[in-house]
Design a protein around this ligand. Structure first.
Ligand code: G6P
Length: 613
């Protein structure tokens, strides 16, 4: 969603801000803006649409000399929440005096009350945003010390924020703060760069400081001083990012999504490396921070997540019940805290999130912590809010995922969930022999996925036959049911074809009414328990004229026979098979979207990381 970049140093701020915003484009946004400090004035340019529009407009609005000489500024990409994506609503927003500029991620929940109070004091607002209210509030609190003014204003704010504030009255600093919305500060040599996401910092420095909730930072070109909102100094360590800038570049692929699909064998190798114990038929997941004995005492696994991560959780549900012999359930993170879940200290809550920033998943974590459950996270982004909030957890090590449509994060999530289930299972009834067999299958996942990626051209040819469709149905059962859901999600996200996933048996309870001659049904019918029933469901669809594309197991002639066309995946353990099956569907969606000319990496209306509820 929204992105923040701020720069203070000796270099050309405008170029650094624009290239930082470009690196944040993947998060999803619909307008952008930038404020530069020049000669003790704040100058702002905003535009709707892409960062490239902003860049062009800034070069028209501002002289080349100004563009070159300004060395301090803040910038933002906005994903509209309060008011449509217009220039007036885009950030940065100014306070009443026009001397303080603010960029903000998050939501000021009490902005209406604050706005009417400020209007009562004579403030005028030009936008519909909560952010403009916060800018005015800071201005209203400013009695000559910007840092103190931001502290005082934030004390009055209910809601979430990641902010960067600039004042022409104090040109040697940028104030940054966070509550519930990440801020990272890159500490360079005579310069600092503030961002909502480390990818905007990578090109400048590897040395970063992460703000914690309610931290406020005074950032100058030579120093970063952090205090809490009561103005008491706090110490935050400098961490090394350990990421190469090339990890956030396309590296010769037409799209990030294609690159990330192809990266899966490597990402999966990283996710699995050192985590399997082939001798004991178990796994070693130190981040879980618990002994086999404690694990044996757990009575239930509850997984929470959103979107693709929710689908990974659904595969995990089958894995925990089947392998670990423990009650497992999945709850949509958005619903979790509102249903007042029944949780205790024998419940094992796993928060699953690629970004580690999804607001609903974070809220679920807080609720589970509150109720005394045993909470851990399964997150990709190191140092992200959910990872920090849970304290214990397992990182995916999938590397940065830039494409909005998640691919490698899903397959790594499922792989780690399988390893978690194995660890729990070995403390229960899963035998060493079974464990050794499964561990070997898990070890082979990167190779299985590489074989499916090897079918890219074949899948691209098949995809050509689906570019004119406006509807598609995906079906599966058992662990292939969440795979069907994920396949449908991938297709609708990036190709804008209306695609729905159903349990194969559920189709005849309503959706089958929509089948007509030629309607595509994508059947995930791998050779796993329940396949015969799925083949029966496929016949029901065929009898109504549907066109069937099957995902089947290599060498399964019986399944091949009922399909109009098929993509085959290697034979493996039924739970492991979910991974190559989903990869086939990722590649299929990618090519359908490509052939339809869609903007694959940043689909309309979508955001990579959804930081609002
Ligand atoms: C957004 C993204 C999805 C993602 C979901 C959950 O909707 O577009 O791709 O699956 O958020 O994100 P998370 O980072 O928590 O896995």
């Amino acid at each position: 969603m929204c992105g923040i970049v701020g720069y203070i140093g000796k270099a050309n701020a405008a170029s650094i801000l624009i290239s930082g915003l470009k690196r944040l484009e993947y998060r999803g946004y619909d307008s952008a803006g930038m404020a530069l400090l020049d000669d003790e004035r704040i100058l702002i340019t905003k535009s709707t649409g892409k960062v490239s529009n902003l860049s062009e407009k800034a070069r028209t609005n501002w002289s080349p000399e100004l563009f070159q000489r300004a060395t301090t500024g803040i910038a933002h990409t906005r994903w509209a929440t309060h008011g449509p994506p217009t220039e007036a609503n885009a950030h940065p927003h100014l306070d009443q005096s026009g001397e303080i500029a603010l960029v903000h991620n998050g939501i000021v929940e009490n902005y209406r009350a604050l706005r009417s109070r400020l209007e009562g004091k004579g403030h005028h607002f030009y936008s519909e945003t909560d952010t403009e209210v916060l800018a005015h509030l800071i201005g209203d609190c400013d009695k000559g010390d910007l840092f103190q003014a931001v502290c005082d204003a934030l004390h009055q704010v209910e809601g979430t924020f990641g902010i960067a504030v600039l004042s022409s009255r104090e040109p040697d600093r940028i104030i940054a703060a966070r509550r519930g919305s990440p801020i990272v500060i890159g500490v360079g040599d005579g310069e600092a760069i503030i961002a909502s996401d480390a990818s905007a910092i990578l090109a400048h420095t590897q040395r970063v400081m992460y703000l914690d909730d309610n931290d406020i930072a005074n950032v100058t070109m030579d120093s970063v001083e952090i205090r809490d909102l009561n103005n008491v100094p706090v110490t935050r360590e400098i961490a090394e990012l350990g990421l190469d800038a090339s990890a956030t570049e396309k590296g010769g692929f037409a799209h990030f999504m294609l690159k990330e699909i192809h990266e899966q064998p490597e990402a999966l190798t990283n996710a699995i490396r050192g985590r399997l114990d082939l001798q004991l038929g178990s796994s070693v997941l130190a981040g879980m921070g618990t002994s086999q004995r404690e694990l044996a005492e757990l009575s239930r696994v509850v997984m929470v997540g959103c979107g693709t991560s929710l689908h990974a959780a659904m595969v995990g549900e089958y894995a925990f019940e089947d392998i670990a012999d423990i009650n497992a359930e999945v709850q949509q993170a958005a619903e979790f805290r509102y249903r007042n879940p029944i949780l205790g200290n024998r419940d094992f809550v796993i928060a699953i999130s690629q970004s580690g920033e999804t607001a609903d998943t974070l809220a679920a974590v807080k609720e589970a912590n509150q109720k005394g459950a045993f909470v851990m996270s399964l997150v990709n982004v190191v140092g992200s809010t959910i990872a920090r909030e849970t304290g214990r957890g397992v990182y995916l090590h999938a590397g940065p995922e830039i494409s909005v449509a998640s691919t490698k994060a899903f397959t790594c999530q499922v792989s780690v969930l399988l390893m978690m289930a194995l660890k729990l299972g070995r403390g229960r009834r899963y035998s060493r022999e079974e464990g050794m067999k499964l561990a070997r299958e898990i070890e082979s996942i990167p190779e299985l996925v590489a074989r499916v990626i090897g079918k890219n051209d074949l899948i691209a040819d098949i995809a050509e036959g689906y570019t004119k469709d406006e509807h598609a149905f995906y079906i599966g059962r058992g662990p292939m049911y969440p795979v069907a859901l994920e396949g449908a999600l991938k297709l609708k996200e990036i190709s804008y074809i209306h695609a729905e996933g159903y349990h194969a048996a559920e189709l005849k309870h309503g959706p089958i009414a929509l089948l007509q001659e030629g309607t595509p049904v994508i059947a995930v019918a791998c050779d796993v328990p329940g396949k015969d029933k799925t083949l029966g469901n496929i016949e029901e669809c065929r009898a109504r004229g549907a066109r069937i594309l099957g995902i089947i197991t290599e060498g399964d002639d019986e399944a091949a026979e009922v399909m109009d066309e098929f993509i085959s995946i290697p034979r493996t353990h039924p739970l492991v098979a979910t991974i190559p099956a989903v990869v086939a569907l990722q590649i299929f969606s990618y090519h359908v979207a490509r052939l339809r000319g869609c903007e694959i990496d940043q689909p309309r209306n979508l955001a990579k990381s959804v930081t609002v509820e």
